[in-house]
Every structure is written in C-alpha cells, then in structure tokens.
Write a protein of this length. Structure first.
Length: 107
C-alpha cells in the first residue's frame, strides 16, 4: 500500500491537533467540532495534553465546548478551516473560559 501511494504521489492532508490544559484544575467533557466531524476528551488534568489528528473535509469554523472543575459550561469558536489544509493546531484552555487557538495551517 505504501509503495502504491508513493508511486501515485497520493497523500493525506492531515492536521496534527493538540488540546492543552493550561489551568490549575481538570477539564471535563471536552468536545472539539471541525468541518464534517468532531472528537471528545472525557477528562484532561491540569498540565495535560491530548493529541489528535484529522483530515478536513468541507469548510467551517472550529468549535469547542467543555466543563470546568465546577461543572460550568464554556464554549469557544476558533478559526475557519478549509478542505485540503494541513499543519498543526494547538488549543490552549485555561479553565476559566479563555481559549487560545494557535493554527499553523497551509493549503
């Protein structure tokens, strides 16, 4: 299969994502929605990292919802993604509702 892919020049456009808990308390029920799919994390401890990779199909904005340690819901909207983009995406969450999206994506 690898030989066949190298011969035809085919390759996936993958986004290497990382969700990082920069806060002092655990985060729960994290859901990250991207165009055409989503992924979830049940619990992310303080200082924890959760790696995930995906391929963008379609276009749309990133969305994230989670519960803080007091079970208060939070949500954030991230950058717009377009099919075919690839690179890295780091989502920093501080637990108090602030989310920083660091997207290094290219076509």
């Amino acid at each position: 299969m690898l030989l066949l892919q190298s011969l035809c020049g085919c390759r996936s456009h993958v986004v290497q994502a990382m969700v990082v808990n920069d806060g002092a308390a655990p985060l729960q029920n994290i859901e990250v929605d991207y165009p055409s799919a989503s992924f979830g994390i049940s619990n992310l401890p303080p200082g924890g990292h959760f790696p995930y990779h995906f391929e963008i199909q379609g276009a749309g904005k990133l969305q994230m919802q989670y519960l803080d340690s007091a079970l208060h819901p939070h949500s954030s909207t991230g950058p717009r993604l377009v099919e075919g983009e690839q690179g890295t995406l780091t989502i920093h969450v501080d637990g108090a509702g602030a989310v920083r999206w660091d997207a290094q994506l290219k076509p």
